[in-house]
Design a protein around this ligand. Structure first.
Ligand code: SAM
Length: 255
């Protein structure tokens, strides 16, 4: 199958590095896909929610010329230091240290002033909030994002989602395992659109990403945790074979 092309991110070809620095399907291709859907323009201010090590944040700052603030409340699993410290290191490597700032906080308790951002970008992050804090917590997080956006601001949400179908019986055991079982983390597009709308957003576009399967397989082949555990995510994706696992995106605006 031929690969989907992403002109800005396809310049970066070290996938082992990209999937070590990012944490989820899509890596920099996802960031480019979302940025284009969000019509990100130079000179504007963007918040990256759940920025992890900030690789996508730096990519957006460099390739789209925005000022980007990355927030992430966690420490990383390998070195046990704050994710935002990695963001700052990466910003120097990418040459965007004057365009990027990391803050160790999470949604919904950001304490950032209202109407601060032109764009809020969140990929593969908020579904974790839904697992740890339930649907109520998820809506609260999205309401906080709404508060942080300027009127007319754009929210781009990218999330691992399942297609609108029942879990195939042979897949069920695979999506029921691990700390964040996929069957608990993933929702379908329709449900997620309803939740984003209920937080006050107007939806402008929502769909499953055409490259979802490519991004998941890239993740399984290059993410360091996945590479070390062939019976984990890789096995799940092979069994799934594109029947249930996907990746959805929702672009919405604050009126
Ligand atoms: C799987 S990573 C995704 C990183 C990156 N956006 C990507 O797509 O590769 C999700 C990040 O969300 C962060 N996170 C967890 N709870 C959060 C919260 N309440 N607010 C913001 N970020 C949170 C985690 O620390 C983690 O680094």
């Amino acid at each position: 199958m031929s690969r989907f092309q992403y002109p800005k991110s396809d310049k970066y070809t070290n996938y082992d590095e990209i999937y070590t620095q990012c944490s989820g399907p899509g890596g920099l291709q996802l960031a480019e896909f979302m940025a284009d859907k969000m019509n990100i323009a130079p000179g504007k201010k963007l918040l990256d929610v759940g920025c992890n090590r900030g690789y996508q944040t730096c990519f957006l700052a460099k390739e789209y010329n925005v000022f980007a603030i990355g927030i992430d409340p966690w420490d990383d699993r390998m070195q046990a230091n704050p994710m935002v410290e990695h963001l700052q290191e990466n910003a120097s490597k990418w040459g965007v240290e004057n365009h990027v700032l990391g803050i160790k906080i999470g949604v919904p308790d950001t304490n950032i002033s209202s109407n601060s951002f032109d764009y809020v970008y969140a990929t593969t992050a908020l579904e974790m909030v839904r697992v740890s804090q339930g649907v109520e917590g998820y809506i609260k997080a999205i309401k906080e994002i709404h508060r942080l956006l300027k009127p007319g601001g754009i929210f781009g949400l990218g999330e691992p989602m399942h297609l609108d179908t029942k879990i195939p019986e042979d897949l069920e055991p695979y999506v029921s395992q691990g700390e964040y079982p996929w069957k608990e983390c993933f929702r379908n597009l329709k449900e997620t659109v309803e939740l984003v709308s209920s937080a006050g957003f107007t939806i402008t576009e929502a769909d499953y990403a055409p490259a979802a399967r490519q991004w998941w397989m890239d993740f399984a082949n290059h993410d360091p945790f996945s590479k070390n555990d062939p019976e984990g995510d890789m096995k799940t994706l092979v069994v799934d074979d594109g029947r249930w696992v996907s990746f959805g995106y929702i672009i919405s605006t604050k009126d």
